[in-house]
Design a protein around this ligand. Structure first.
Ligand code: ADP
Ligand code: MG
Length: 348
């Protein structure tokens, strides 16, 4: 829980801005020889490489993107890095550096920022990322966290959203819907806690989906796996807003249509059982859930044998001509038009 009530608190002002940054960043490692100068000067300095550079930024706002009543700050730091790395990997690039900018109100003590940076550092150490700078300022209310990630890929390796062609197969890594359901469980426990603060929630049967929400992992392994399989996606995107809106981005950018097959969606058993408990449709959750940070991509149909049976990958549909539209094929064989939030006019 936020600013752990029993912990000692140290006011941020007691360190001064530069002392604070020094303190928070002193234990970060350097993994890349391209990092010439990291934290500590007016700007970071990177050595040029022969590869192309990819850059991506995400801004997270308290109350909009995260709720500190159930998101521990260490997890927030970790996830904020993952969200950015996921975008780099979705370009089929490798990630190497980040900058971190924060705005905090005086309700946050030093210990809160220490927890945040412990999560950022765990992410950097696990994914071999150099923290090379950022900015620190105050806010009147709440916390803002903005991370920028830098990565590299050979020109011919970069995968955009616009290369999908009719007959290409649509493939997704991992499984879908877990992060959304984890959030539903956390929201429910928050309401229970408001009514009865003594209640100790039993979350044992939700560990996987809560982890998917609080501690997602960016799929660094997938670009590597695809290279090993000798498969170059024709288009790729990461799933931050849900399968439906992401495949629509690929189709719109590629001027193509698609067919997704409901019975092919990869679902964890915990997703299925929690959907039953909440009385929501698992297909709907897979299509609209969001925050799974899996990679969604298209490959030439001739590469089917290379991905077939791979435990990390599921073929869930194929690309069609643009005029055929973007559709979901249900278990009963019905075709329903996709929309950004699930599908249109679902009638039983
Ligand atoms: P300036 O006044 O030139 O913006 P700062 O005092 O803000 O300099 O930053 C000093 C150094 O600390 C710079 O290298 C900057 O990138 C880094 N830095 C500032 N804030 C953060 C932060 N929240 N996380 C990581 N590095 C930071
Ligand atoms: Mg600054």
């Amino acid at each position: 829980m936020l600013e752990d009530k029993n912990q000692e608190k140290t006011a941020l002002s007691s360190l001064g801005e530069f002392g604070l940054i020094n303190y928070l960043t002193k234990n970060f490692g350097t993994y890349h020889s391209t990092t010439i100068k990291g934290v500590g000067d007016d700007a970071a300095v990177l050595a040029p490489t022969e590869k192309e550079t990819v850059i991506t930024t995400d801004l997270l706002v308290e109350g909009i993107h995260f709720d500190l009543s159930y998101v521990p700050l260490k997890h927030l730091g970790y996830k904020a890095v993952m969200v950015n790395l996921s975008d780099v990997y979705a370009m089929n690039a490798s990630a190497s550096q980040i900058t971190v900018s924060i705005a905090v109100s005086n309700r946050f003590p030093l210990e809160a920022l220490e927890a945040l940076y412990a999560g950022i550092q765990l992410a950097c150490d696990t994914y071999k990322i150099d923290l090379i700078g950022g900015d620190t300022t105050s806010s009147t209310k709440g916390m803002l966290l903005s991370i920028t990630a830098i990565g590299h890929a050979k020109k011919e390796e970069i995968v955009y959203r616009n290369g999908a062609k009719p007959t290409d197969l649509i493939v997704v890594s991992g499984d879908l819907g877990g992060a959304y359901l984890g959030l539903q469980v956390l929201e429910r426990e928050k309401e229970v806690f408001k009514v009865n603060p003594q209640n100790q929630p039993d979350l044992d049967s939700y560990t996987y989906i809560i982890e998917r929400q609080l501690k997602p992992e960016a799929r660094k392994d997938i670009p590597k796996l695809l290279k090993e399989l000798n498969v170059k996606p024709t288009a790729m995107i990461d799933i931050s807003d849900g399968l439906s809106s992401e495949i629509m981005h690929i189709c719109t950018n590629s001027k193509a249509g698609c067919k997704l097959y409901e019975d092919k969606f990869p679902l964890d058993p915990q997703v299925i059982s929690t959907c039953e408990e909440f009385n929501i449709d698992a297909t709907m959750v897979a299509l609209s859930g969001g925050e799974d940070y899996e990679l969604l991509f298209t490959i030439p149909v001739g590469d089917f044998d290379k991905v077939k049976g791979n435990p990390n990958l599921s073929v869930i549909g194929h690309i069609t001509e643009e005029q055929q539209g973007m559709n979901l094929v249900t278990r009963s064989g019905q075709e329903l038009p996709l929309q950004a939030q699930g599908w249109n006019s679902f009638q039983e």
